[in-house]
Design a protein around this ligand. Sequence first.
Ligand code: ZN
Length: 563
Amino acid sequence: MEKSPVKLKYLSTALAAVLCVAAAGTGLAQNAAPPTPKVTSATPAPKLIVMVAVDQFSADLFAEYRGKFTGGLARLASGIVFPSGYQAHGATETCPGHSTILTGSHPGRAGIVANNYFDLSVAREDKRIYCAEDESVAGTASGGGKYAPSVAHLLVPTLGDLMKARDPKTQVVSVAGKDRAAIMMGGRQADELMWLAPTGLTSYRGTALSPTATQAGAVIAAAIAQPRPAMALPADCANHDIAIPVGDKGGSVGTGRMAREGGDFRRFMASPEADGAVLATAAALRQARKMGEGSGTDLLIVGLSATDYVGHGAGTEGSEMCLQMMGLDRELGDFFARLDATGIDYAVALTADHGGHDMPERNRQNAWPAAERVDPALDPDTLGKAVAEKLGLPQPLLYGDGPFGDMYLAKSLTPAQRKAALAEILVRLRAHPQIEAVVTADELAGRAMSKQAPDTWGLLDKLRASFHPGRSGDFIVVLTPRVTPIPESGLGYVATHGSVWDYDRRVPMLFWRKGLAGFEQPNAVMTVDIMPTLASVIGLPVDAGKIDGRCLDLLSGPENSCR
Ligand SMILES: [Zn+2]
């Protein structure tokens, strides 16, 4: 067991044992000795594509920690690096972000306009629609674990769907910390699709996990049940170790060590332990299914969610995020080492679903005194009530998932009431110092997607890219930069993302394959470019008129990987 290339530092010895067993005996490792020749345009397609999405892994975090990585992220940083990748659209949330990565489509085309949007015509009482649910299932609601997970809202095919259409023997497996990550990247045709849950792993209602996934899930559940001692803080993290008071009960963040009680699923998810569990499951499934060992190319999709939970719970610049970055790097390194041992020719792409922004209380300490939290009066319920009372209109008047983004006016209004309500709301919002802009659906509906580089986009370009006429709000609220849309910090939720600003849009885009010469391209590219780029690597034709991205040439020098 000590000889295993996988060092599962945080997982229980039971899971390590299961995965060591699963790692044994591919028969391929013994044949992996010859040196890999340089990848050229004549090199056959890789046997396995590994797509990794790290939730909330901003370009800023990548830049901050790049010099400190020694594991998997160091390897990827030695490959082809686009440090200014863009989740180009305005609604920089998890579901839209993941929907861009393997569809080549902006969220407006993919139909994934936000994590939650509203459909006031839906039959059920809860009009809020979770991006990855099927609201037509009886007895469901969008929150509280009462929804039926579903890919139904995704309007475009994923890379895996296109690979399966070309060759049904292609294997596609998607494993993530969050359901919406696994679903939006996995698409409709994945052979296996699952995510973490307090019970270990789970999938769609009524879909049984495979024996390997069941086994991994049981061991993950056992790991969750175990308490975890505090992690040691590396010397490199010492400068981050400053307590920031949170809430009014004497709590703080910034000096956490990721200790938890047995059974604390929330803290399990906010640690490298969760990412290690996803990676270990992905490796075990690859092994069990012999992915990368057939005649074609298989696709293994990995969604690593812990960085996002750490960012929301403790911000981006505390000891917690430093521990997470070091742990993520290590877990990815162990995962790649395990793939190396199989001898399979695999290619890796890594990006993020959106960036992130630190909590205002720490930003104010770190040379950004203007950082602030949103005014509670901007909450759509509060605003709608005030306007309805003033104009004598029925309530609820206004629906929104928070103080920014898509807002919907009640369907019961007469045209005249609607016009009056919208006018009053726009006047109030546009007079508020934390409001950058309010843009109506009419302003976006006739607008074309920008074809320019995403670092040059204006506000309307960004909002258009996440606008879908049937799903977006009647108007969209944009907060000014560095306003955190959480009115009060509380333990567990102090910082977030979702804005149109570049700290939430910019993400790294990294590509690596053994023998593929690395290069750095600092000009702006987009996450919608990843799908056509990978498709070209495996010789899969893509109709450029049906996507928003373009193929990125991964061969330095005069050769071109885009066919
Ligand atoms: Zn996210």
